[in-house]
Ligand binder design. Structure first.
Ligand SMILES: [Zn+2]
Ligand SMILES: [Zn+2]
Length: 163
């Protein structure tokens, strides 16, 4: 699954990326878990990631989890990233059609996962939310928003990235 996601992300970011490696599994930090909510706090997970993985200024580290994430003031988040920074995080939990009572759909899950991963990596490269609702950098409040936006950057965002 990670390989399939990586392949899509790699193509989207060309020629910014020269390679895409899949790293080791990292455990979720116990302190990030909120028992009442049954969710992990995204910023605490991101901080744990930063403390666990060494990254050079030229590298981006994207963590993929199937745990449900939240941020204070929000019921859930699909992901979070340093903007700009080296670390980004995405959750597949609410991207999975099964979460919404649907049937298993690997292609759809990968498509959604690659979109949200691209979005968070966009933040790590300094991009803010984009008003173009077809652009991958538009803010997604729900799975409907995720499915409505495209897998890649609009012209304005591309220009900002220099691709
Ligand atoms: Zn965002
Ligand atoms: Zn855009």
């Amino acid at each position: 699954m990670l390989r399939d996601m990586a392949e899509r992300i790699y193509k989207t970011f060309l020629p910014l990326l020269d390679r895409c490696l899949i790293g080791e599994r990292i455990g979720m930090p116990v302190g990030a878990y909120n028992e009442k909510r049954g969710q992990y706090r995204a910023d605490v997970v991101l901080e744990h990631l930063q403390n666990s993985v060494r990254a050079s200024p030229r590298e981006k580290v994207l963590a993929v989890t199937d745990c449900d994430l939240y941020a204070p003031g929000l019921n859930f988040v699909f992901g979070q990233a340093q903007c700009p920074g080296s670390f980004a995080l995405v959750s597949l939990h609410r991207l999975n059609p099964i979460f919404y009572g649907g049937s298993q759909d690997y292609e759809l899950l990968i498509e959604r996962g690659a979109k949200e991963a691209t979005h968070e990596l966009g933040h790590s490269l300094g991009l803010r939310h984009c008003p173009d609702n077809k652009c991958v950098m538009s803010f997604s409040n729900s799975i409907v928003n995720v499915d409505e936006k495209g897998p890649s950057f609009c012209e304005t965002c591309r220009r900002r990235l220099g691709i």
